[in-house]
Design a protein around this ligand. Structure first.
Ligand SMILES: [Fe+2]
Length: 442
């Protein structure tokens, strides 16, 4: 598994024993973090002339055309999507269309529109970046990592982008009519283009150096979505640790012993989560981990917002999302491998983004509504890993999806998981303390 500095390394290779899916990317850059405003119609205006991200959710299996124009006349920027192509054009007038050469950035770009639409449709997005003269087309999340095709213009050839104001999207589906009124595809416009993705590791602003700032190895918490900033401040203090209580500083060791020793509370609890608790299937058992909740549910997160998770050696999570919530995750003990993916849309196999990263004690990672939302965690070490997961919905999220979607590991089917609790922290702490003292000699 890679160190976090290798997350964006295009030349890093998995060790031979690592069976993780093939890496999809050659580069990494940037993020459109501003909230996306919703406009339920087929046409919309860019908030800033000549730039922005346009996202459309469509169930088409035929084709989609994005047209961004000056409103009344030419030039027009056209993005045509079919099952096998994504092509950018500049339309100079009614008769003249110039192809804008693009580069395919991801392996699945050979199938741009699915032959069978997922039940909830697919999000397609177009980003116009007039500051860097770059056009991008991607699917699912509006993140640079999810770019499928990129067109790089220079300032002479891209100057015309500065005139674009009006967006029209046609997805070849008959417009839906509700009470006799035509409802076109739902378009969402972001003021910012998709540019630089922030790195997945977050540090305090005191820890950032000029070199690291330039290299973009880590991000300071100040760049994160507001919900992540709140969470970061609550759990980044030095006393958020497993040895903070002078009366019992062996909590990490006690937890490791409990979850790895048959007959102790932790091991029994893990077994009880299996289909056959008395004799669990080892393939099922490795996907079990403990969720120890801290505090109460304040109605602004999927489940209780602060959760200590316990990962015995070799145990792991399925690939899952976080209900579009923001999250911050701190490693309290041991090391966890974090691997990010592109989508959990049905009928599509998730593809890994970047490299899997080994997060060590006191390192903190984050995820946003559109960034690093889908991941899988795995403890590949001999020491039990203990992490602190913290969740909060973004301010403009009015859905509050209470469930995490995940891929069921045996059937590969997409399923939903309600974040639950195996114990409160207070009860768990006392249990571990009592068990540690009762079994000290072993
Ligand atoms: Fe997660």
């Amino acid at each position: 598994m890679a160190d976090y500095l290798q997350f964006a390394d295009p030349f890093w290779e998995n060790p031979p024993s690592d069976t993780a899916p093939k890496n999809a990317f050659q580069h990494w850059d940037n993020i459109a973090m501003a909230p996306i405003s919703s406009m339920p119609m087929g046409t919309a205006e860019l908030s800033i002339v000549g730039q922005g991200t346009i996202a459309v959710n469509s169930k088409t299996t035929d084709g989609i055309e994005f047209c961004v124009s000056t409103g009344t006349s030419y030039p027009k920027l056209i993005l045509k999507l079919t099952q096998h192509s994504a092509t950018f054009y500049k339309k100079e007038d009614a008769a003249k269309e110039t192809l804008l050469e693009g580069t395919d950035l991801r392996p699945e770009s050979s199938r741009f529109i699915p032959s069978t639409s997922p039940k909830d449709g697919t999000v397609y997005w177009l980003s116009i970046d007039r500051s860097n003269w770059v056009l991008r087309y991607g699917k699912y999340y509006t993140s640079k990592w999810l770019t499928l095709v990129e067109v790089k213009l220079d300032d002479k050839k891209g100057e015309w982008l500065e005139q674009l104001t009006t967006v029209k999207v046609d997805d070849s589906k008959k417009p839906t009519r509700v009470m006799g009124v035509r409802v076109d595809p739902n378009i969402k416009i972001s003021r910012l283009p998709v540019t630089l993705d922030l790195p997945p590791i977050v540090v305090s602003n005191e820890a950032v150096t000029l070199r690291r700032l330039d290299f973009l190895a880590e991000t300071s918490w100040v760049n994160l979505p507001n919900a992540c900033q709140n969470l970061y401040h609550n759990i980044s203090g030095e006393k958020i640790s497993l040895d903070a209580e002078p009366e019992f500083q062996q909590l990490a060791e006690a937890i490791h012993k409990s979850v790895t020793t048959p007959g102790l509370w932790g091991h029994n609890k893990l077994k009880s989560k299996c289909k056959n608790p008395t004799n669990p299937d080892p393939k099922e058992f490795v996907y079990k981990y403990l969720r120890i909740t801290i505090g109460s549910n304040k109605g602004n997160s999927p489940g209780i917002p602060y959760v200590m998770e316990v990962w015995p050696p070799g145990h792991k999570s399925p690939i899952h999302d976080h209900g579009d919530a923001c999250a911050v995750i701190r490693v309290l003990s041991g090391t966890i491998q974090c691997t990010w993916y592109d989508t959990l849309v049905e009928n599509v196999d998730p593809i890994m983004l970047g490299q899997p990263v080994a997060l060590k004690k006191d390192q903190i990672t984050w995820l946003g509504e559109n960034q690093y939302q889908i991941h899988a965690l795995e403890n590949k070490n001999d020491e039990t890993c203990i992490t602190l997961q913290c969740y909060e919905y973004p301010k403009d999220n009015d859905v509050h999806e209470e469930k995490f979607r995940f891929i069921e590991t045996s059937t590969k089917a997409k399923d939903r998981f309600t974040p639950n609790s195996d114990s409160t922290f207070t009860e768990f702490y006392q249990l571990m303390k009592d068990e540690w003292h009762a079994n000290k000699s072993g």
